[in-house]
Design a protein around this ligand. Structure first.
Ligand code: SER
Length: 323
C-alpha cells in the first residue's frame, strides 16, 4: 500500500486530509509532518506516525522520506492570501523555496507530489465568470504569484524529470474542524461560527462579491482522487480547476438564516481582503477535471449549511461540557 508524507499536517487542510488519508491507506502508512509549535494533537497525534518536517529544510524532508519509504508527498505548507500580503518574503520562502525542496526530494526518491493551487492563481484580467482551465494567470497577490509559480515548477519537474506531480486549484474551503488563518475566503467559515454562537456577524467582504467555495469533504476527496487518477487520461496536471458553489455574502447569509431566523449580519469591510477578493474569479469552469478524472462535487450550499450548523452545534456543546 502507498506510503504517504503530509507536510503541513496540522493546518487548515492537513488536519483533515491526514485523517482521511489514514482511513484510506491505513494509519501506519501516513506520516503527519509538522513544524515545532504546531504539533499534532488528539486523534491526529495518536492515530499514526508523526515527524518534524519543516518544508524549508530539504534534509529533514529527505530523511523522513527515506526512513518511511514514502511514495507520495502531500505538500500543504503555505501562508493564506491575506497573511501572505503582510509577509511576502516568507510566503515565497515557504511556497517556492519549500516546493523546490519537495520536488528535489521527490525526484531523487521517486515520489509523486500533490501541491494545491488556488482560485488565487488568477488575477483581474482573467475571465471572471466560468474562468477557463487554460487562461491568463496574472495574479496581483504574492499568494497568487507563488501558486502560479508552483504550478509551472510542478509541470516542469514532470516534463523534465518525470516526477508525478498533480494538483487542483482549490476554492475557499469551508469546514467545522480546523479554522483557516488569514485567508480571503475565511468569512464563509466565520459566518457559521457566529450564527451558531448567536452573535451578530461582521462581514469583511462586500455584498455582491462572488467567489468559488467548497465544503471540505469534497476538497479532501478531490485531493485523493486526482492522485489516484489514471495518468493516461490526464492532459493537464498542475493544476485543475475544481468547483462546487459560488456565492456572495448575501447568499450565504440567507442560506444560514433559513435555519437560524434571528441571525444578523452587518458589513465591516476589510480593504485588504476586499481588494484581493475583487481580483479573483467569480466562478471557475471545472469541465477539464470532470472529463479527465471524473471530478464531481457532492455538496451544494444548502446541504453544506445544514451540515455545518449541525456539526458546529455538537462541537460547541462538547466544548461547553469540557469547560
Ligand atoms: N482560501 C484561500 C485564501 O483565502 C484561497 O485559496 O487565501
Amino acid at each position: 500500500m502507498k506510503k504517504i508524507l503530509v507536510i503541513g499536517s496540522t493546518g487548515q487542510i492537513g488536519s483533515e486530509l491526514t485523517m482521511k488519508l489514514r482511513s484510506v491507506y491505513q494509519p501506519g502508512n501516513v506520516v503527519a509532518g509538522y513544524i515545532p509549535g504546531a504539533e499534532p494533537k488528539g486523534e491526529l497525534a495518536e492515530s499514526g506516525p508523526k515527524e518534524v518536517v519543516d518544508i524549508t529544510n530539504a534534509q529533514q524532508i529527505a530523511d523522513v522520506v527515506r526512513r518511511y519509504d514514502i511514495d507520495a508527498i502531500y505538500n500543504l505548507a503555505a501562508l493564506l492570501s491575506a497573511v501572505a500580503e503582510r509577509k511576502p518574503l516568507l510566503a515565497w520562502h515557504i511556497g517556492i523555496d519549500g516546493l523546490i525542496n519537495v520536488l528535489e526530494v521527490a525526484r531523487e526518491n521517486e515520489c509523486s507530489v500533490f501541491t494545491p493551487s488556488s482560485i488565487g492563481s488568477f488575477g483581474p484580467n482573467a475571465p471572471k465568470d466560468g474562468t477557463p482551465q487554460d487562461t491568463i494567470q496574472q495574479p496581483r497577490t504574492i499568494y497568487g504569484v507563488t501558486k502560479v509559480t508552483g504550478e509551472l515548477l510542478s509541470n516542469y519537474y514532470f516534463m523534465r524529470y518525470g516526477v508525478d506531480t498533480r494538483s487542483v486549484r482549490f476554492p475557499g474551503l469551508i469546514s467545522y474542524v480546523t479554522p483557516p488563518g488569514g485567508g480571503t475566503t475565511d468569512y464563509a467559515v466565520d459566518i457559521y461560527y457566529s450564527a451558531v454562537r448567536g452573535e451578530k456577524f461582521r462581514c469583511p467582504i462586500k455584498g455582491g462579491t462572488f467567489m468559488d467555495m467548497m465544503y471540505m469533504p469534497d476538497a479532501l476527496r478531490a485531493a485523493i482522487e486526482i492522485m489516484e487518477a489514471n495518468p493516461d487520461k490526464l492532459h493537464h496536471r498542475n493544476s485543475f480547476n475544481i468547483a462546487s458553489m459560488s456565492f456572495d455574502p448575501e447568499i450565504i447569509y440567507r442560506s444560514i438564516k433559513r435555519y437560524v431566523p434571528d441571525f444578523e449580519m452587518i458589513y465591516d469591510i476589510d480593504e485588504l481582503r476586499q481588494g484581493i477578493a475583487e481580483s479573483w474569479p467569480n466562478s471557475l469552469d471545472d469541465t477539464c477535471a470532470r472529463i479527465e478524472w471524473g471530478w464531481k462535487p457532492e455538496y451544494n450550499l444548502d446541504t453544506m449549511t445544514r451540515h455545518m450548523l449541525e456539526k458546529l452545534r455538537i462541537k460547541f456543546a462538547q466544548e461547553d461540557k469540557q469547560a
